[in-house]
Design a protein around this ligand. Sequence first.
Ligand SMILES: *Cc1c(COP(=O)(O)O)cnc(C)c1O
Length: 376
Amino acid sequence: MSNRIYLSSPHMGGTEQKYVQEAFDTNWIAPLGPNVSGFEQAIETYLGAGNHVAALSSGTAAIHMALILLGVSEGDEVLCQTFTFSASANPIVYQGATPVFIDSESTTWNICPTHLETAIKDRIAQGTKPKAIIAVHLYGMPYQVEAIHKISETYGIPIIEDSAEALGSTYKGTACGTFGKIGILSFNGNKIITTSGGGALVTNDAKVKERAIYLATQARDEAPHYQHSTIGYNYRLSNICAGIGRGQMEVLDDHIVLRREMHAFYKNMFSKSAGITVFEAPSTDYFSNHWLSCITLDAETVDFSTEDIRNALAEDEIESRPLWKPMHLQPVFKDAPYYGNKIAENLFHNGLCLPSGSNLSASEKQRIASKLKRFV
Ligand SMILES: *Cc1c(COP(=O)(O)O)cnc(C)c1O
């Protein structure tokens, strides 16, 4: 339906087609070319000095590549935030490793330092030291960077920073995606900027970038013929998609302003509503791009559920969605170990994501407001 309002839909800035046209004009229709390197440079500049970026075919591919680069293989264990999208965890299984899920804390909704440390100690006591930690800046909100990275250093377990939803978010002024040994970004159609489909691996080590590109382009050794001494992947971003990405990088900061305006729109709407909380940063150290605006209900105070709100919005073709269902509750991961205390579970039961796009018009916002009025 054409007048449907989505949670988050692609928002083109205007110059994307120019870069795509250039790719056609010069016949760079391949998973390499000037748009790929131009896109990588634009992200490197955006994230700050010392960051190296390899553009890949998806965020999922970037997480898979990160695990490979950290040497995760058959029989290993990887600690992973349970409150996330399944793509954070699936690549652990691609490697034949086992995910160990960790609950969230209630201030940032991300991986809890206490449960993380308990899990590490317990896994070591049981004889397996986990190989990596996957921490997520969910909905654009930075996780507790200092506490989590201190644990990583204490136990010598590297962090893969899943920044798929957090391009443009910062913690104490430093870009999300740049704190871990390896960070990843996503440019899927629903993310803050999109290449239609795409992702990136971020690292502070030029050699890691070089290795990632080598593995992502079928691991060809230097030889006139095709020679391989290791298993390769076809994970590089296409030069066409990267052209869209170059145009999108020019409007990223505008999109962040607009997403944050959507968050302010809901903050304002629910400012006097007892029992409805709009999720926000715990302090000024945390700067969220507010990729999605989320609310939680206090079941003891309100006499309606998130499903009532979702159904009311759906009456007028407005999309909303429950918060991520935790991975340890997913049928596919039912046998995986879990450390926690129901924080993520309660968020899932009491939370809702509301339309948050940077491209919503005044009349669309009006439609949303009029459907939500009866809950305010
Ligand atoms: C979107 C997303 C991914 C995967 O990115 P794709 O580009 O869709 O493969 C991974 N983690 C999180 C938290 C995401 O939201």
